[in-house]
Structure formats: C-alpha cells, structure tokens
Design a protein around this ligand. Structure first.
Ligand code: NAP
Length: 265
C-alpha cells in the first residue's frame, strides 16, 4: 500500500496539532482542518518543515456537513485517499447545571462534539473508507464517564461520542476500525482555566497531560499495530478517573427544589 492520508479536525492547535505532527513524522500525508485560517497556515508550515508526510489544510466547521464533504474532496484531490479520520475538534461553550442550559449553547455543543464526528465519519466512509478500509479515532473525554460539577452538557456529548464509537465500530467492521481516546486534563488552550491556576487537580501520575501524551496513544490506535482493536475508549489521563471520588461530594444543589418529605414519612 502507498502513503496513507489522514484528516485531523481541530488540527491547528493543541491535541489535534500534536496528533497531526506524529502522523507527519511517520510519513502519513495529513490534511488539518479548523475554523481559523491563520493558525492552520502556521501549523501547516511548521509540520511541512519536519520533512515527513505531505501537509495541506482546509478551513472548515466540524459541525457542517458541507464542510465535511468539501474537506473529503480536497483530501482526495490532494492525496488520493482518506485512510484515517481523527474527529478531534470540540467545544464547551456552557458551564453550569445541565438543568439550566439554554438551547443555543446546548445545540452548539451537540452539533460540534457529537453530530460532527458522525457527519465526518459518514463523509469519509462515502469518499473512500467504505471501499478501501480505514481507521477512525474520536477524541472524547474522561468527563463523559463520571460526574464533574458544571461540566454536564459537554460531558453528555462525550458520553454520546463513546457510544457512537462502539456502534460505528460494529457497523463498519471489518472494513474500518473505530476507536476513541478519553483524555484527562491536558495543558492546551481549551482547558487553560483548569490547569493554569492554584487549584489544578493533579492526577496520580504527578502532572497534567501534554498533547504529546494523547498523540502517542493516537498513533497506536490508528496504526496497523492495533489491527484487532476496535470499539474501544482508551482513557489517557494519568490515573485521574480511577481515584477522583471528591468530585461527587462537591456537586451543586439542584436548581429545582426537591419536594419536602411527607409528614410522618
Ligand atoms: N485539553 C484537555 O484537557 C482535554 C481533556 C479531555 C478532552 N479533550 C478533547 O480534546 C480535543 C482537543 O482539545 P484541545 O484541548 O486540544 O483544544 P484546543 O487546544 O482549544 O484546540 C481546539 C482545536 O479545535 C478547533 N475547533 C474548535 N471548534 C471547532 C469547530 N467548531 N470546527 C472546527 N474546528 C474547531 C480549533 O481551531 P479553531 O478555533 O480555529 O476552529 C483548534 O484547532 C477536544 O475534543 C476536547 O474535547 C481535551
């Protein structure tokens, strides 16, 4: 087989850029995509200087079916295949109790974090993978597996993404493998409020994660070494998920008061 080609959504920064870098270093041709052109241009230039696989970029919104189709077409025209899709772009515009979320921010979170990965997977399947095979990786979050105060809307989209991963893995097997990584706290722009302050919650491994920690797991799941691995959600979190009982005790009071117990009950 010739050179493989990958699409990485949200590939201009953070975890997406680190995954793109690992893929380029191993000779994969990579299309990075995000909403803003300048960061894409800068990252593409930096990745090209590595002298590995070819690099292209395409401006696009992860929630848009038209942008997904356009990115597939651009990748097919630039590289001749779409063998790898990394659904990495996500958003978290609302923080607060789920019961109080407004519809615009609820819809936006679902659009980018859950509907987007499905639409991009459909587009990749139609453009190339359905006939020639491939590997899809969804970037989820350990937030989708346990309670964290004020993070429920984001968390429920990530829990949905974990289930989407399992369903697609069965539906697309044996042609395409579909896996997910659930990162813990990683030092990127998106999570800056959580790691760049005095109250940072350091996991058992003694430090917050780096984008490279996630990228190392990503190239394993995407590559031939993981040829019999599908439908898995791999937690890459420095041990955070297995020990963080304190989060549940810090839950906020319900916004809707509970009924008073009946007399004598
Ligand atoms: N950092 C953490 O602690 C952490 C923990 C668990 C899970 N994750 C997950 O890891 C993934 C990457 O996060 P990150 O921390 O690397 O974030 P980041 O550094 O903020 O980068 C986000 C990337 O996604 C792009 N993006 C954002 N919204 C987009 C949209 N609607 N359409 C297309 N591209 C969009 C951004 O570029 P533009 O703004 O130009 O579009 C950027 O390239 C996400 O799925 C996130 O949920 C992160």
């Amino acid at each position: 087989m010739g050179t493989k080609a990958a699409i990485v959504t949200g590939g201009s920064k953070g975890i997406g850029a680190a995954i793109a870098e690992r893929l380029v270093r191993q000779g994969t041709a990579v299309m990075i995509t995000a909403r803003k052109r300048e960061p894409l241009e800068r990252t593409a230039e930096r990745l090209r200087a590595l002298g590995g696989g070819e690099v292209a970029f395409q401006v696009g919104h992860a929630g848009s079916p038209e942008d997904a189709e356009a990115c597939m077409a651009a990748t097919m025209s630039a590289f001749g295949s779409v063998d790898i899709l990394v659904n990495n772009a996500a958003t978290s515009p609302y923080h607060g109790p789920v019961i109080e979320v407004d519809i615009p921010r609820l819809d936006k979170t679902i659009e980018v974090n859950l509907r987007g990965p499905l639409l991009w997977s459909q587009a990749a399947w139609r453009a190339h993978m359905g006939r020639h095979g491939g590997s899809i990786l969804n970037i989820s979050s350990i937030g989708g597996q346990a309670y964290t105060s004020d993070n429920g809307v984001y968390a429920m989209t990530k829990a949905g993404l974990d289930f989407l991963t399992r369903f697609l893995a069965v539906e697309l097997a044996p042609t395409v493998r579909v896996n997910a990584i659930a990162p813990g706290l990683v030092a990127t722009e998106m999570a800056e409020a959580l790691w760049n302050g005095p109250n940072v919650r350091v996991p058992p491994m003694g430090r917050v994660g780096t984008p490279e920690d996630i990228a190392a797991a990503a190239v394993y799941l995407l590559g031939d070494e993981a040829g019999w691995v599908t439908g898995q959600v791999l937690d890459v979190d420095g041990g955070a998920l297995i020990c963080d009982f304190e989060r549940y005790r810090r839950r906020p009071k319900p916004a809707v008061p509970l009924p008073a117990p009946e007399a004598g009950a």
